[in-house]
Design a protein around this ligand. Structure first.
Ligand SMILES: Cc1ncc(COP(=O)(O)O)c(C=O)c1O
Length: 369
């Protein structure tokens, strides 16, 4: 046997996930970020950063108390993380043994699968129906005694669909042996939070991010919320300095500027209904969204459409490879001015590529795998 260093077997078979980050010049409507900016209070606080703040290890707890106050929960129910990505990673590391099952409804955010597989656990993917709605009944049916982690994005990415409170409570109830993560990354734009259930249900975890409505994706700041007794376990796994001092220093300013969030969300919702109306008027199949983006079907024109928009300085996201999303493109909404620009370029881009709307082929639903 060779004594060469090798990665663990599950890591060697893991698919590479490369979000197309390179060369993103132009209007970035491809990553669901806030493309408007962020609170000016945050920018102001950044100017107060001193060498002392940078040379000392960051203290997470004051930030956790601020988030707890903001959400009306206890500080020991909050763990600040390096984005929601780290929250998912920590849940997988804390609750999954090799061979355990993780349950997700696809299409959804890619990192659930990656972090789960990296632990040596298996992933059961339940395909959403043709309407790309949350497949609640199929999810319930797919729960087994080996299910130890269930991740639901609510609203979901890339569909914009929501799961109802009743659907989520039924899943929580049916899988008491599993950590159930409700990922509320897009909750400012739609859907109903389960925050009021936090601490009352032993296996409920919720995560929130500062990357979307708050406009702070570059800070890498997220919050994992859960029952106190479980958060103790997660804190054992987390690095003590997982969140950087600059982000922590600006956190209160971000939370306090509720006016900024409200004004930005209002513009996104306005833009969303304008974009959905555009699709309706053009007979372009789309999925009604509760998030800051809309998924639509461009069929065979998908690639030329994405390329044509890029030529016009607007980046949109090809979702062709997501399960059940062949021919689909996702467009994020920005502020009012950016939506005006989007709606000016869209018809011109479609005309330039000679687009005619195509009926969406029937989705061949796959069994949970
Ligand atoms: C559902 C969902 N959760 C989490 C994230 C990532 O959040 P963060 O930037 O906090 O890691 C994304 C990013 O696209 C997402 O779509």
């Amino acid at each position: 046997m060779s004594n060469r260093l090798r990665a663990r077997r599950v890591v060697e078979t893991l698919k590479e996930y490369h979000p197309p980050l390179g060369g993103r010049d132009g209007l970035r409507l491809d990553f669901n970020e806030n493309v408007d900016g962020c609170s000016t209070r945050v920018l102001h606080t950044l100017h107060s950063i001193t060498a002392e703040l940078l040379n000392k290890y960051p203290e997470r707890e004051p930030g956790e108390r601020a988030v707890a106050r903001h959400l009306g929960i206890a500080a020991d129910q909050v763990l600040l993380t390096n984005g929601v990505d780290e929250a998912i990673h920590l849940l997988a590391e804390t609750y999954l043994e090799p061979g355990d099952e993780t349950l997700i409804a696809v299409p959804t955010f890619s990192m659930y699968e990656i972090y789960a597989l990296a632990t040596g656990a298996m992933v059961r993917s339940v395909q959403s129906s043709e309407a790309l709605e949350f497949p609640a009944a199929a999810m319930l049916a797919a729960i087994t005694p080996q299910t130890r982690l269930i991740c639901v994005a609510n609203p979901n990415n890339p569909t914009g669909a929501i799961a109802t409170r009743e659907q989520l409570l039924a899943i929580l109830n049916a899988a008491p042996q599993a950590a159930v993560l409700i990922d509320e990354a897009y909750i400012h734009f739609g859907g109903e939070t389960l925050l009021d259930q936090l601490g009352h249900i032993d296996n409920l975890f919720i995560c929130r991010t500062f990357s979307k409505a708050f406009g702070l994706a570059g800070f890498r700041l997220g919050a994992l919320l859960g029952p106190t007794q479980h958060m103790k376990m997660l804190r054992r796994v987390a690095s003590p300095y997982n969140v950087n001092g600059v982000a922590l220093t600006c956190l209160s300013a971000a939370l306090d500027d509720r006016d900024y969030i409200a004004a930005y969300v209002e513009q996104v919702l306005e833009g969303r209904s304008l974009l959905e109306r555009f699709y309706r008027e053009r007979n372009i199949p789309y999925w009604p969204s509760q998030a800051n983006f809309v998924l639509a079907y461009f069929g065979d024109y998908r690639k030329v459409f994405v390329d044509e928009m890029r030529k016009r300085g607007i980046l949109v996201r090809d979702r062709n490879n997501d399960p059940g999303c062949a021919g689909c493109v996702r467009i994020t909404l920005g502020n009012r001015e950016q939506t005006v620009r989007l709606l000016r370029e869209l018809p011109e881009a479609l005309a330039a590529i000679g687009f005619t709307p195509q009926p969406r082929p029937t989705l061949v639903a796959k069994e949970a795998q």
